[in-house]
Ligand binder design. Structure first.
Ligand code: ATP
Length: 274
């Protein structure tokens, strides 16, 4: 789907300060990550270890960026898969892919000499959709395997594993996934407000020449409802308009046209899926 088109641009290593806005989400996430960092204290205090963090919110708001930044912040190895990669015609293949993912995390940690790993599963709803309605039966084995892996995580083992997952359809998830000891910490990653949009724009402006006439305030104002991914597109499309006019820098008019284009693109995406 269209929301995956920016994936290739995400850098491999990432800091939390390269994620604009999302102050509350970042703060909650860092508190959760303390479980990996302060594991000795957690154990001494008898606190139930945290195994899973669920990031919820609309597409393109930075959930994948947050998972990557979490790995960097906790000095963990990072392995990732998307729920749709586990969907297979043949029974059992999805389950064995889940097993392989966790195996990969352990092997990679050992190879890189790290004692923790973050396993990120994007679009978890694809395999973790509610079983109550009788749908998704073919994915049951895959989901069961994921639950087995989660239950099998021991905080004493090396590497310590934290599972992060993302969805924009939290209400669809099977209740088994949300039980204590599984994904019991949820963080909302919402569309950015104006301050957040300004901060995202300033991150993506860094490698681009911007003309003096540009008011970022105004761009942030005009992009109400845009996700981080869409804001990144606005700057990119703006640069393409500047290139077409052979201008050395991106001007306000280029960005205004880019806003229209991204907005239109969004509309046609939506229409084509209706
Ligand atoms: P999806 O639901 O499609 O998986 P997502 O929430 O995981 O979306 P990301 O993949 O993290 O979104 O973001 C896509 C791209 O959008 C990023 O590579 C980045 O360029 C830009 N982006 C999104 N959110 C932010 C943000 N808060 N700060 C800076 N850039 C952002």
């Amino acid at each position: 789907p269209g929301d995956r088109k920016n994936k290739g641009r995400t850098p491999a290593f990432l800091n939390f300060d390269q994620i604009g806005g999302q102050d509350r989400a970042k703060k909650e996430l860092m508190e959760g990550l303390d479980f990996l960092i302060k594991h000795e204290q957690i154990k001494k205090l008898g606190i139930r270890p945290l195994k899973g963090i669920l990031l919820t919110g609309p597409p393109g708001t930075g959930k994948t960026l947050m998972a990557k930044a979490s790995a960097h912040y906790t000095n963990s190895v990072y392995v990732a898969a998307s729920g749709s990669e586990f969907v297979e015609m043949y029974v059992g293949v999805g389950a064995s892919r889940v097993r392989d993912l966790f195996k990969e995390a352990r092997t990679k940690a050992q190879k890189e000499g790290k004692d923790s790993a973050i396993v990120f599963i994007d679009e978890i709803d694809v395999i973790g959709g509610s079983r109550d309605g009788g749908q998704h039966r073919e994915y049951d084995q895959t989901l069961n395997q994921l639950l087995t892996e989660m239950d099998g995580i021991h905080t004493d083992e090396s590497p310590r594993i934290l599972i992060m997952a993302a969805t924009n359809r939290k209400e669809m998830l099977d209740s088994a996934l949300l039980r204590p000891g599984r994904f019991d910490r949820h963080i909302d990653v919402e569309l950015p407000d104006k301050k957040g949009r300004l901060s995202i724009l300033s991150i993506h402006m860094k490698n681009k020449p911007i003309a003096k006439d540009v008011s970022m305030e105004q761009i942030a104002e005009e992009t109400f409802g845009f996700s981080g991914a869409q804001l990144e597109s606005v700057l990119n499309e703006g640069a393409i308009y500047a290139l077409r006019e052979e201008k050395p820098a991106i001007e306000q008019q280029h960005l205004s046209s880019a806003i229209d284009k991204v907005m239109m693109g969004e509309r046609t995406d939506r229409e084509s899926t209706q």
